[in-house]
Design a protein around this ligand. Structure first.
Ligand code: NAD
Length: 292
């Protein structure tokens, strides 16, 4: 090649390499997200995913110790300015209002709500006490109502729309033995999301649902060990239990918290700007298998 042409090509290749190395703009920059149950196995993965895309995140959870641990692990990855941790019980109106106030004071509002706080506590119907039934209803059904009502109020006042994502469950669509309280509460979350999608549309508030199937391992930034707990409860060893869940799915794959976080990120971002009232099952195909 003539000297000038070789120089041009080399220069062009260097420019290309430089462009490749340049950081891409973050898709949630300037957005503020509240993640309930943010200290838990799935919530921490969701918080991590939204932070990675540039959102400011308020972690809200009833478990102060877990909240502190998760916040510490996340602050090792991101600047302290982009994350706050708030102790909050989703069943208490005053606590929910206080969490939104904290988000408004710290960051100026809330654009994204991920309603994820939950429990997994159920029993066969004849052994289900009224307390157990009410606990499921108050944390799952009422809790999801309270946090979304507060989100609607703040998002309407902001006047720029918003995105609400419910982490419900495959069990909100498909019955599961010995879990009527949980399944009923999760089904109510899904129907609440549909109602809110209708109400929110004129204001640009989108409401969508992500349904996990059994997620056996907590996120990479979470210290709990569900797999061991569940395996002990079923009298199986951990690899046996994992294999059982993997084999019953169509895709023969385990669902991870990071998979739930990815679907949540989709609904939080502009990539889903034309989606509301939708339900996505992140279940490796298990809902299909169940209803076949
Ligand atoms: P997790 O127990 O790790 O997280 C739940 C979090 O919610 C905990 O940090 C807990 O402290 C918090 N919480 C409980 N009650 C609360 C309250 N009253 N107020 C505020 N926070 C409260 O469990 P997870 O699996 O990460 O659960 C997240 C969501 O995913 C839940 O709604 C759950 O029903 C749903 N889900 C989980 C699975 C699974 O297999 N892990 C499957 C389907 C659906």
């Amino acid at each position: 090649l003539p000297e000038q042409e070789a120089f041009d090509i080399e220069y062009w290749l260097l420019e290309e390499a430089k462009l490749q190395r340049m950081p891409k703009p973050k898709s949630l920059a300037g957005r503020i997200a509240l993640v309930t149950g943010g200290a838990g196995g799935i919530g921490s993965a969701i918080a991590d995913r939204l932070l990675r895309e540039g959102a400011c995140v308020v972690l809200a959870d009833i478990d102060r110790q877990a909240l502190g641990e998760t916040a510490e692990l996340l602050s090792g990855r991101y600047s302290n300015d982009v994350m706050r941790a708030v102790a909050m019980d989703v069943t208490r109106e005053d606590a929910v209002e206080a969490a939104y106030l904290a988000a408004a004071v710290e960051y100026g509002g809330v654009d994204i709500l991920v309603s994820n706080a939950g429990i997994a506590s159920s029993a066969p119907v004849e052994e289900t006490s009224l307390d157990l039934w009410n606990k499921n209803m108050s944390i799952l059904s009422t809790g999801y109502f309270l946090v979304s009502r507060a989100a609607f109020r703040i998002m309407k006042a902001q006047g720029i729309g918003g995105s609400i994502i419910f982490i419900a469950s495959k069990n909100g669509l498909a019955a599961s033995p010995g879990a009527s309280a949980y399944c009923t509460a999760k089904a109510s979350e899904i129907h609440l999301a549909r109602c809110l999608a209708l109400e929110g549309a004129p204001e640009g508030i989108r409401v969508n649902v992500v349904n996990p199937d059994a997620v056996l391992k907590g996120s990479k930034i979470w210290s709990g060990d569900w797999l061991k707990e569940r395996a002990d409860a079923y009298g199986k060893d951990t690899s046996e239990l994992e294999e059982h869940y993997r084999q019953r799915s169509l895709l023969k794959r385990s669902v991870l918290p990071e998979d739930i976080a990815e679907a949540t990120y989709f609904f939080a971002s502009e990539a889903s700007a034309k989606s509301t009232g939708n339900i996505v099952n992140v279940d490796a195909g298990n809902v299909q298998a169940f209803t076949r």
